[in-house]
Design a protein around this ligand. Structure first.
Ligand code: ADP
Length: 858
């Protein structure tokens, strides 16, 4: 065979435009034709001894390995397709024919490039667009001429499944879907047919009456498909435009509304673009208000010249408007009651306003024809001026309020009291200008007038101003008219009067006496409460009545005469009077007054009664005192006589006892001697008691003469009498410098001797006696104090020891008769002084006595 071929197989392989190669059983290229350079970009030597699988596209690796295994098992193969990687990196599609030589274990292969790379790109595009088609929410489908579904996207499938519960499949006749209504199907058939005739359709489909599908607006695009210039079907693309439709219709409604409003509102409105000045809109009212046709007004430049023909006025207006506009202050962008000229040359008045919408580059101008209002206002102003003249001439303060309590008018007089000006009150809310009225009765009255429609009149204390007003609120057509008068002065006077009257009444009522006043004719002019009660008569009945009509029973008494005399002589008079019917004693005092008499009277029944009692008591007392004095004197007499006369037999007893003792000394036994001693001792004590009693009866006797005494000298005398016991007991004396006094010498010496003597006698055996004499004085009396550190006295005996014969000890303990302190007390009390003791048992005693500086023996 080889001879038939002028070239060797290798040379032949080199000639081939296709790749020819041998692969051993390990999968390596053993030889390869030069076409490898052209197709794969590799020279044969770059590939030889390399594994062929290394050059296969990864995507095809699995299939290629599979085939390779099969080949090794003996399968021959034609037309196996896979991709090889070009040296530059891109993939080359290949188609292979292979034969395996089992003996040599070599694979012979021929391969050529298949589809051009261009188609491969196309596939990629196709895939991408497929993804897009399936990714969109819009519905895309295609049908053939017989309405059979050729293809549809996922959204379409899903839509049918979800809304119609219908599994849409390729091959479905789109006009024979059982669930769709006839109307719906017909609509689409019409569209399909139209398109299949070659027409490209773009249509918005309104929601159908199909009850199954939710009502949606659809935008549908139908495009015919051609093959060889013949229509073979169509592609349809539909999207849900319900939202868009809704917004559109809202917008339409809105703009229709705006337009109709603009057309119908009784106000001119024009809208211009700020940047260009271009007019976008102007309603008919705008031109009507200015009195110029629309065409004349839409040129901003000539607008001013037309509307304000007078150059001076125009300049003025332009300046104002410009300045206001430049201020960018919205409140300044309105101009009221501007006079303009119409095309016909008439004068009109307008209110104009500009509303810049900077963000939108728009300027809205509004205009209102206020000619009528201005004319009326002038009329009203004239009328008002007239009214004002009238109102101003009213001297009362006056203001008017509207229904909302805003000031519409305030006259001069009112302004004066309010301290405000007309300008800052008109239009203002009453209670924000005068907040203090809000919580006052004024507001209550005002609301009452509002509710009832009836006028109110009241006096009102305006605390804030400290003024009283007489207020009159009348309901008016537009609100309220308020008249008020400052009545503070009047109020002050009447209040002062009231107060004074009240005070006077209070005084008259409060005086403890009953009081009444009568005039010249003896008629009652006043009666206080007490008088009402005492006379058992009511003021209302008494006032104006004649006093003798009421008290006719008194006419006969001395009262009438007494009072008549007092009135005649214009003198005051005091007398007591017993009113028989009332069974009451009155003490009456009458004073002449300007108009008659003022009569004070007091119920003295009780006092009269008491006085009688007192008088009786006094008489009794005097009687008793007399008796006492007599008995005292008798007692004194007795004591004197007794002590004096008793001494004599006592002396006899003592001396005969002494004689008995001397004469019978030997004869008498010891017992008889001790009896005699007892008798002698008894007689002695008896004698001492008699002496003391005598002293007591004489003590403080006022027959004693009063003389100036130097107490220091008197005390020395007393101490010298006591000197032996002072020495015996080693008494420590601390005697203050004493004053001069005017008393009886005997009494003073008796006082000090008894008290100092007791202090020595009742001294404590355990310590040295200390005796102090001190004194103090006040305006009216001296107070003396004799203090010792002796045995002291239990508190229960502090009173008792001053009584006659009261002793706390037996004669064997301490000598004494129990008369010393009684004598002291008698002397001190004789001088109208006091005597007392402060003492604690075992600690010592302080005896105090006081003596008035001016003694009086009353
Ligand atoms: P007498 O003659 O007993 O002293 P007085 O009238 O002088 O009588 O005193 C009455 C009593 O008061 C005394 O018995 C004594 O107990 C008591 N007494 C008086 N002075 C003192 C004193 N300085 N200290 C203690 N006791 C006193």
């Amino acid at each position: 065979m080889s001879k038939k071929w002028p070239i060797s197989l290798e040379e032949f392989m080199e000639l081939s435009l296709d790749i020819m190669c041998k692969i051993d059983k390990t999968g390596k290229f053993t030889s390869i034709s030069k076409a490898s350079k052209k197709i794969w970009g590799y020279n044969p030597d770059e590939l030889e001894q390399k594994l062929f699988l290394d050059f296969v596209s990864p995507e095809d690796l699995e299939a290629t390995t599979d085939i390779y295994q099969k080949i090794l098992k003996g399968d021959n193969l034609t037309s196996f397709q896979n991709h090889y990687r070009h040296k530059k990196g891109h993939l080359i599609p290949m188609v292979w024919s292979v034969k395996y030589d089992k003996q040599q274990e070599i694979i012979y292969c021929v391969a050529k490039e298949t589809i051009p790379p261009k188609d491969y790109e196309k596939e990629k595009i196709l895939k991408t667009s497929q993804a897009i088609i399936n990714g969109t929410q819009n519905l895309i489908w295609s049908i053939d001429r017989n309405y059979i579904l050729l293809a549809c996207n996922e959204a379409m499938k899903k839509r049918f499944l979800r809304d119609l519960k219908f599994d849409l499949k390729v091959g479905q006749n789109m006009l024979e879907i059982p669930i769709l209504t006839e109307e719906y199907v017909n609509k689409w058939k019409k569209l399909y047919d139209q398109c299949l005739k070659g027409e490209k359709i773009n249509i918005e489909i309104s929601p159908s009456g199909n009850k199954v599908l939710k009502p949606v607006w659809i935008q549908a695009n139908l495009t015919p498909m051609y093959e060889n210039n013949e229509i073979v079907g169509l592609v349809c693309h539909s999207s849900d435009i319900t939202d868009k439709k809704t917004i559109e219709s809202e917008l339409k409604k809105n703009s229709e509304l705006v337009e109709s409003i603009l057309e119908h509102i009784p106000m001119g409105v024009a809208v211009n673009e700020i940047s260009s000045g271009k007019q976008l809109l102007m309603n008919s009212e705008f031109s009507k208000a200015y009195g110029w046709p629309e065409s004349d007004l839409n040129d901003v430049k000539t607008f001013f010249e037309k509307v304000y023909p007078d150059p001076t006025y125009r300049k003025e207006i332009r300046q104002i408007v410009m300045a206001d506009m430049e201020s960018e202050d919205m409140s300044r962008m309105q101009w009221n009651e501007i006079s303009i000229t119409t095309k016909k040359g008439d004068t009109k008045f307008i209110d104009a306003k500009n509303i810049p919408l900077i963000d939108l580059d728009l300027m809205i101008s509004t205009v209102l024809d206020v000619t009528e209002k201005v004319k009326n206002k002038k009329g009203v102003e004239r009328a008002l001026a007239e009214k004002k003249n009238i109102l101003e001439s009213i001297s009362d303060a006056f203001y008017a309020l509207d229904e909302q309590f805003r000031f519409t008018y305030v006259n001069e007089s009112a302004l004066k009291t309010m301290g405000k000006t007309q300008k800052n009150l008109i239009g203002k809310y009453l209670f924000s200008e005068f907040p203090e009225l809000e919580k006052s009765v004024f507001k209550d009255y005002l609301l009452e007038v509002q509710q009832t429609g009836k006028p109110a009149q009241f006096e009102f204390y305006y605390q804030y101003f400290d003024l009283w007003f007489d207020e009159n609120i009348y309901p008016s057509q537009d609100g309220f008219s308020v008249y008020y008068k400052d009545i503070t002065d009047r109020k002050i006077i009447s209040q002062a009067l009231e107060e004074a009257y009240e005070k006077e009444n209070e005084i008259l009522d409060s005086i403890s006496d009953a009081f009444l006043a009568v005039d010249e004719e003896n008629n009652f002019t006043y009666l206080n409460k007490k008088a009402e009660n005492l006379l058992n008569i009511k003021k209302e009945h008494a006032l104006g009545q004649n006093i003798w009509d009421i008290f006719d029973h008194a006419i006969e008494d001395n009262v009438k005469k007494n009072l008549a005399d007092a009135k005649k002589n214009k003198t005051s008079i005091v007398f007591d009077y017993f009113n028989e019917p009332l069974k009451t004693w009155f003490n009456i005092r009458s004073y002449p007054s300007k108009n008659g008499l003022s009569i004070y009277f007091r119920d003295i029944t009780f006092e009269k009664h008491q006085q009688k009692e007192l008088e009786k008591l006094n008489a009794d007392l005097q009687d008793y005192t007399k008796k006492l004095e007599t008995s005292n004197k008798e007692l004194e007499q007795f004591a004197y006589i007794a002590s004096h006369d008793l001494q004599e037999p006592l002396r006899m007893v003592s001396s005969f006892m002494a004689m008995l003792k001397n004469k019978y000394e030997v004869e008498l036994d010891e017992k008889a001697h001790s009896y005699i001693d007892f008798a002698v001792d008894g007689a002695h004590r008896m004698r001492q008691i008699i002496i003391d009693l005598l002293e007591f009866s004489r003590a403080g006797n006022h027959q004693e003469s009063i003389e100036k005494l130097n107490l220091n000298v008197e005390i020395d005398e007393v101490l010298s009498l006591l000197h032996s016991s002072i020495n015996n007991k080693n008494v420590n004396l601390e005697i203050a410098e004493l004053p001069d006094v005017y008393y009886s010498k005997t009494a003073i010496r008796q006082l000090f001797r008894n008290l100092i003597g007791n202090s020595i006698k009742y001294s404590n055996k355990d310590n040295n006696p200390i005796i102090e004499v001190n004194w103090t004085e006040n305006k009216s009396e001296f107070q003396f104090e004799i203090t010792d550190n002796g045995i002291g006295i239990d508190e229960i005996y502090h009173e008792k020891i001053f009584q006659i014969f009261q002793r706390l000890h037996s004669k064997s303990e301490y000598e004494g008769t129990g008369l010393g302190l009684a004598i002291c007390k008698k002397i001190v009390e004789r001088y109208r002084g006091n005597i007392w003791v402060e003492s604690q048992l075992g600690k010592g005693s302080s005896f105090f006595f006081t003596l008035p500086k001016n003694i009086d023996y009353a």
